[in-house]
Design a binder for this molecule. Structure first.
Ligand code: C2E
Ligand code: MG
Ligand code: MG
Ligand code: MG
Length: 284
């Protein structure tokens, strides 16, 4: 089966493409049901101070296990949620559950939360986040939102307005996955970010190639000049952590320090690591 497009190019629709489209629709339907039933869960991955190795906060990462499909990766279901208009309700569900869990953690720990590009063109996003924080009693000054450069491109003015509304109540803003996609240094002049997260692609190659090392050092110098905090993502090896610390990178995240865990396991992790004292203080 072939279809002629406007400019005369021929697009061939194969059986594989049809199967893929069916699969996406199947996932979409299952996801709608799961969101309505409250079955998408926040997991939490520690973010540490590289020098002291103390946990300073957690990134919230959505997890979904479907009855039939089994566990579905966010790399699959988040883009589908975006395309099919489910990201709003999914995001609200995950933020509600995450802030309910994190409310009981030591209050010096922050929680970060990812916003999708389509949420930055939806003027309801700001109010929805604020009303969830109010309902769960989570201090907005402990929340960070992570946005990507793609999220800023569609409608920069709209993104700017949403970000400003969130900033007003003390929510901090991070630039996620820096160094991939449509990186533009101009964006760093227009927007003020509190924090920049170096994409794990650079971290992965920091020990192997000189260009990655130079790029990371340049990013760190730039962040210092602009007054932005930095977190290097995807640290898996001790040698990577050491090299990054040497370069003056303050924050780190990755399997070396901890994988994303559910709320119960995260509470256990906090009791287990150097956080006991603050935990006891927080709960007394
Ligand atoms: P992200 O925001 O860049 O999150 C970091 C991703 O890197 C997570 O993948 C995390 O599990 C993974 N990661 C952390 N440390 C390591 C490491 O040492 N090695 C490797 N190889 N990977 C590591 P995950 O959980 O699969 O999420 C993928 C993406 O899905 C996220 O990328 C984020 O863009 C999106 N996402 C996840 N949860 C949500 C959500 O609640 N809302 C929105 N809008 N997007 C979300
Ligand atoms: Mg992120
Ligand atoms: Mg990231
Ligand atoms: Mg990412």
């Amino acid at each position: 089966q072939a279809k002629r497009t406007g400019r005369g190019a021929v697009v061939v629709y194969t059986r594989e493409m049809e199967e893929a489209a069916k699969r996406v629709t199947h996932i979409e339907q299952a996801l709608r049901r799961a969101v309505a039933a409250g079955e998408v869960e926040p997991h939490f991955q520690p973010i540490v101070d590289l020098e002291t190795r103390r946990t300073v906060g957690f990134e919230t990462l959505a997890r979904w296990t479907d009855r039939d499909l089994g566990p579905v990766s966010p790399g699959i279901f988040i883009p589908i949620a975006e395309e099919r208009g489910i990201i709003g309700p999914l995001s609200q569900l995950v933020l509600r559950k995450a802030t309910e869990a994190a409310r009981d953690w030591p209050e010096d720990l922050f929680l970060s939360f990812n916003l999708s590009p389509s949420q930055l063109v939806d003027h309801n996003t700001g109010l929805q986040i604020l009303s969830i924080l109010e309902q769960t009693g989570f201090d907005p000054r402990r929340l960070e939102i992570e946005i990507t450069e793609t999220g800023l491109m569609n409608d920069p003015a709209s993104a700017q307005r949403i970000v400003e509304d969130l900033r007003r109540v003390g929510i901090r803003v991070s630039l996620d996955d820096f160094g991939t996609g449509q990186s533009s240094l101009g964006r760093l002049r227009e927007f003020h970010f509190d924090k920049l997260k170096i994409d794990r692609a650079f971290v992965a190659s920091i020990l192997e190639d000189r260009p990655s090392e130079h790029i990371i050092r340049a990013i760190l110098a730039m962040c210092e000049g602009l007054g932005m905090e930095v977190v290097a993502e995807g640290i898996e090896a001790e040698a990577q952590a050491e090299r990054l610390t040497q370069f003056g990178c303050a924050g780190g995240q990755g399997y070396l320090f901890g994988r994303p865990c559910n709320a119960d396991a995260t509470l256990g992790y906090l009791h287990h690591t150097g956080e006991q004292k603050t935990l006891q203080r927080a709960s007394s």
